[in-house]
Design a protein around this ligand. Sequence first.
Ligand code: XMP
Length: 512
Amino acid sequence: MPQTIAVIDFGSQYTQIIARRIRECQVYSKLYHHTVTAEELKKDGVVGIILSGGPSSVFSKKAPIPDKALFTLGVPVLGICYGIQLMGHLLGGQVAKSDHREYGHGTLTIRKAGRLFSKLPKKLRVWNSHGDRLIKLPPGFTAIGTTDNSEYAVIEDAQRGFYGIQFHPEVFHSERGVDVIRNFLVGVCKAEQDWTTADFIKKSVADIRTTVGKSRVLLGLSGGVDSSVAAALIHKAIGKQLTCVFVDNGLLRKGEREVVESLYARNFKIDVRVVDASALFLRRLKGITDPEQKRKIIGRTFVEVFEKSLKSIGGADYLAQGTLYPDVIESVAIGNNPAALIKSHHNVGGLPERMKLKLLEPLRELFKDEVRAVGSACGLPKEVVWRQPFPGPGLGVRVVGEITKERLEILRNADFILQEEMMDNGWYWKVWQSFAVFIPVKSVGVVGDERNYSYVIGLRIVESIDAMTADWTRLPYDLLQKISSRITNEVRGVSRVVLDISSKPPATIEWE
Ligand code: XMP
């Protein structure tokens, strides 16, 4: 195992970012619930501990308080925001309520660099977000940094390797924040920077081989980033023992099936079985207009088709899934931490239990950016590794109302033009998602001298970090103009193109 830094989660919306920043410094990090015991941390061999921020006040009855024994493990501890207050509270200092919350940018003045601020400027712009503050130092500590609002913005007990900082070094708005984290990891914890993509692949390939032995593995390939990278990695480990099933549900985009066939089957020599179940899906969706019902039918039919394909390939022992670290982290529901409210969309819910297969999840320790790095290192092209997210129910939720072959065809052609233009102009890589929506409304148009009465296509192009919130992208007018004329000129059945300028919230990204 690589050396581990424990990040203890007190419910901050930034906790996952702390874990990612640590990994960006090539040190392995793991998130722990705040109820973790010192004994468990010791068993995991952690070489340093970071106490995250959080929305609570140490004075509140329900405040999450960690096992105090973690301060006796003999490993360095860094408390961030709520973490510094916990250190003050638990180690004999004093915390008080501030008259007002300190939120936003502030200037940090470093009085003594020590190991935490080694080789960093004396003044830094940092990001604050806290209500309480430390007013008396715990024994053994000295204050080494201040802000206008706090005498104790950075505290250290160099002997024990305990540090507390009031600001958030993990967020992008804190100048040189990653360097502060790196100084803690390397300078204070003496952690080895041994968490690299190449090492991960080597270790993962060996693990997969040992786990799987001579067994067969089945993987549902969607063409999305996660399942593609999982397939590439598993294939690297066990070659022909892996069989991928790609289900054509009739709700795919133009050319999608062909790309899967050429890339995975021909280039990578992965055993990919393409199952054409489009007729079955479309038959079951006939006359259905309710989005949730559509999702249910699509999900159920997928499981059925997938199960059947298992029989046709002669069975398997393992089911591989592209589960990522954020999917397995138990989110902490404290206050109104949005992280606790996120519900992920499960497209294949219940599949492993039903199929009675053992699970193989080689990406479950990785964040998305690490998955992309693994994908690139395995030789997957940029088009796969940086592909925009595409919903499991596919075009089924982008044809508003009833799904018919004719409507799907119109949408596919319009969407293809949009993607082509986005790619040509490099915009495809800059946005979160860009897609066309079929709007089942007919509007009047003129072509030549003739009146034409056809459908409307909506363009949905958004920027987002995590799909929780999104803003519509301000594409250049000339580009919008080109997309619009190409769609109305080249796609039969469309008389009008409209641009969706709604943010999320209140709108969602998809229309259904
Ligand atoms: P919304 O529309 O909820 O979408 O703002 C947020 C993100 O989730 C994707 N999405 C789905 N993904 N199955 C999926 O796998 C679904 O049923 C589904 N619905 C929405 C959407 O494309 C966006 O990235």
